[in-house]
Design a protein around this ligand. Structure first.
Ligand code: PLP
Length: 403
């Protein structure tokens, strides 16, 4: 019998968000131990329910969505996405510029596979949502990380970004609102990024899946709306805003100036056709989901569940000696810092020690390509009583933990 190894294409793909900490958690669960999970951005896991109209729509559409759709998606879904783009001032998006996908994840990978040759570089934030780095690497490219500056509310450091642009750079990835920091970027920062793309002839990749999960009355600006003269590939979906991560429903739009991207678009069309189409019942809910008022509004305003949980976690974290955190503006993540007193040299070891000692699963900063071993991410989706229990245990842990 032959033995089978891992493809060499995966050798440099680092996806630390999985790995030894997750393995240890699975072993503990298999032994019957209970773990508080502050590591997964999956609202349904924490009791969030999708809006009734979305569920009804998917149920009602089942008899009519048995077949494949056009590889880019149902016309009705793409029309709704085009309307949404108009609402957000995203320029020059027609039906043919929209691709639905099995979540944004599939489309991130497709956008990189269609573009990169070996050695091409893409600027990716640090910290990042790690699928971006993995997708660049899998496509043969090199992810070059630009710093997001904690002292500047985690905004991208434009000087650092410019320093890292080389003759091989093809694009800049911007995740706004951001996972893992929860930061929402102001217009001036986005304009600065667009200016760099303009100066060096780069494509913008705007991952805006959290654009409908913004708090404190702040307003999300779509990156493409500031760059009608550039090519922006913009990504969005319903996993988070409509709490239906399991249905796998996302989309990608080619926006702005497409005149220099004929070959790239051919590549994407080919890859889109190769996977036939995305889940058709999930596509059928897009018009209902996008044309209605923002379903998540209630959970995001004062008194709402996400808002209250954000307030709680932010205040509790900052009250623990040695721990500090920027206040998240959006989504449901916070990325706290651990100061020098803990002597942490290996943040994955910290996550493992914390798991074994306190039965809480968080993700270490390295999982998001954050180089220094001094951060971790908390998903604050669990109910307040669970967050309180987690914070009590965390406070106790940090009283004595030294590496
Ligand atoms: N982009 C970001 C920034 C995310 O945080 C996630 C999921 O957590 C995704 C993309 C992928 O979302 P999905 O594939 O469910 O659409």
């Amino acid at each position: 019998m032959k033995t089978f190894g891992k493809s060499h294409k995966l050798d440099n793909v680092c996806y630390d968000i999985r790995g030894p900490v997750m393995d240890a958690a699975s072993e503990m669960e298999a032994r019957g131990e209970t773990i508080l999970k502050l590591n997964i951005g999956n609202p349904a896991y924490f009791g969030f329910k999708a809006p009734d109209n979305v569920i009804n729509m998917i149920e009602n559409s089942l008899p009519d969505t048995e077949g494949y759709s056009d590889s880019k998606g149902l016309k009705s879904a793409r029309e709704a996405i085009v309307r949404y783009c108009k609402k957000k001032n995203i320029p020059n998006v027609g039906l043919n510029d929209v691709y639905t996908g099995n979540g944004v994840s599939e489309l991130i990978t497709m956008s990189m596979q269609g573009l990169l040759d070996n050695g091409d570089e893409i600027l990716v934030p640090s910290p990042d949502y790690p699928l971006w780095t993995a997708s660049v690497t899998l496509a043969g490219g090199t992810a070059v990380h630009y710093i997001c500056d904690e002292k500047a509310h985690w905004y991208p450091d434009l000087e650092d970004m410019e320093k890292k642009i080389t003759g091989r750079t093809k694009g800049i990835v911007v995740i706004n609102p951001n996972n893992p920091t929860g930061s929402l970027y102001p217009k001036e920062v986005l304009q600065g990024i667009a200016e760099l793309a303009r100066k060096y002839g780069l494509i913008l990749f705007a991952d805006e899946i959290y654009d409908r999960l913004v708090m404190d009355g702040k307003v999300h600006t779509a990156l493409a709306s500031l760059a009608p003269d550039l090519l922006t590939v913009s990504f969005n979906g319903l996993s988070k805003s409509h709490l239906i991560a399991g249905y796998r429903c996302g989309w990608m739009c080619l926006c702005g100036d497409k005149s220099k991207a004929k070959g790239y678009i051919e590549g994407i069309n080919l890859l889109s056709a190769m996977r036939l189409c995305s889940n058709v019942p999930a596509q059928s809910v897009i018009p209902t989901a996008l044309d209605d008022k923002n379903n998540s509004e209630d959970i995001l305003k004062p008194g709402g569940r996400i808002y209250s949980q954000r307030e709680y976690i932010y205040n509790r974290l900052n009250s623990i000696p040695g721990i500090s955190a920027q206040k998240p503006d959006a989504a449901f993540y916070v990325f706290p810092k651990m100061d020098e007193r803990f002597g942490i040299k290996d943040d994955e070891k910290f996550a493992l020690d914390f798991l074994r000692e306190k039965h809480i699963l968080i993700t270490h900063g390295g999982g998001f390509h954050w180089e220094k071993p001094n951060h971790f991410r908390i998903v604050y989706l669990p109910e307040l009583d669970v967050l309180k229990e987690a914070c009590d245990r965390m406070e106790e842990f940090f009283t004595s933990y030294r590496q």
